[in-house]
Design a protein around this ligand. Structure first.
Ligand SMILES: Nc1ncnc2c1ncn2[C@@H]1O[C@H](COP(=O)(O)OP(=O)(O)OP(=O)(O)O)[C@@H](O)[C@H]1O
Ligand SMILES: [Mg+2]
Length: 260
């Protein structure tokens, strides 16, 4: 895979020759992907091609589906196979945070939403929690908007604010990787723009993998793009290059909207 071989930084996420199945149906075939540190990687492709499945492989979210399994290959995060018996799932989910399509704040205060992950990991010191909540809200570009409303109920926020709150909640525990599955699909253009700006900023500190159906969004936010089709990784490369000069005919027809 071209851009990665020449890169000196080891991949944060590496998917090696992975087949993934729901029951006896293979949903992902021979996926080989290395995700570069502090870069945004977009996963694109038609509905049902396996984007969400691939994303959920990275923090073992698919474990919740009884029939789901890796049939072949491995997923490594910072060089560690995430299916090794000594991997602690809570720790993995801390290391690999996730933001979903539909914002899902807990029915708690704004403060408690952001503090949640830290509390789960045993943090009780009020000053440390206060500082961490402020830091995460600042990183999510919400602090100025919400600093006087920390004890308000999170469900009273707008959709865009709720989604940024979910991002703040995900980054409060300092994950290495942030997975985002169509994080803007329920938002209006202004809220979408805010999240896109935020993703840019987050890439300074985090490795972001984002699923999007919006081609322009992939161009705006990502450094690398992976194009999937029918469970196969058809093409992977620098976003600018892929959108200007795709290597594969299938990628080209998808990007041009002439896909049949
Ligand atoms: N829980 C599940 N059980 C069985 N099959 C599933 C499950 N989730 C997804 N699949 C199947 O796996 C394939 C990939 O689905 P996935 O949701 O990963 O696609 P996607 O690219 O995210 O699609 P979309 O763009 O519509 O969100 C599809 O054929 C889908 O039917
Ligand atoms: Mg999906």
């Amino acid at each position: 895979m071209p851009p990665q071989e020449s890169n000196a930084t080891p991949p944060v996420v590496e998917i090696r020759e992975m087949d993934f199945a729901y029951g006896d149906k293979i949903a992902l075939h021979q996926i080989q992907l290395a995700v570069e540190k502090h870069r945004v990687t977009a996963l694109i492709g038609p509905s049902g091609c396996g984007k969400s499945t691939l994303l959920r492989c990275i923090n073992r979210m698919n474990d919740r589906v009884p029939s789901a399994r890796i049939a072949r290959g491995a997923v490594l995060v910072k060089g560690k196979n995430i299916h090794d018996p000594d991997v602690d799932l809570t720790q993995l989910r801390k290391q690999v945070g996730m933001v979903f399509q539909k914002s899902n704040p807990f029915p708690k205060t704004i403060y408690e939403n952001v503090a949640y992950g830290l509390r789960v990991h045993g943090e009780k010191d009020g000053q440390i929690l206060d500082a961490a909540v402020e830091h995460a809200l600042r990183q999510a570009a919400l602090w100025d908007e919400l600093k006087d409303r920390l004890n308000d109920h999170a469900l009273g926020l707008s959709g865009g604010q709720q989604q940024r709150l979910c991002i703040a909640r995900a980054i409060a525990t300092h994950p290495d990787v942030l997975l985002m599955d169509e994080p803007c699909s329920a938002l209006d253009p202004i809220a979408t723009l805010k999240i896109e700006e935020l993703i840019h900023q987050l890439a300074h500190d985090y490795t972001v993998i984002i699923v999007t159906h919006n081609m322009q969004q992939a161009v705006r936010v990502s450094h690398y793009t992976a194009f999937l089709h029918l469970g196969k990784l058809i093409e992977f490369g620098e976003t600018e290059h892929m959108f200007n000069k795709p290597r594969e005919k299938l990628t080209e027809s998808y990007l041009r909207g002439t896909f049949s």
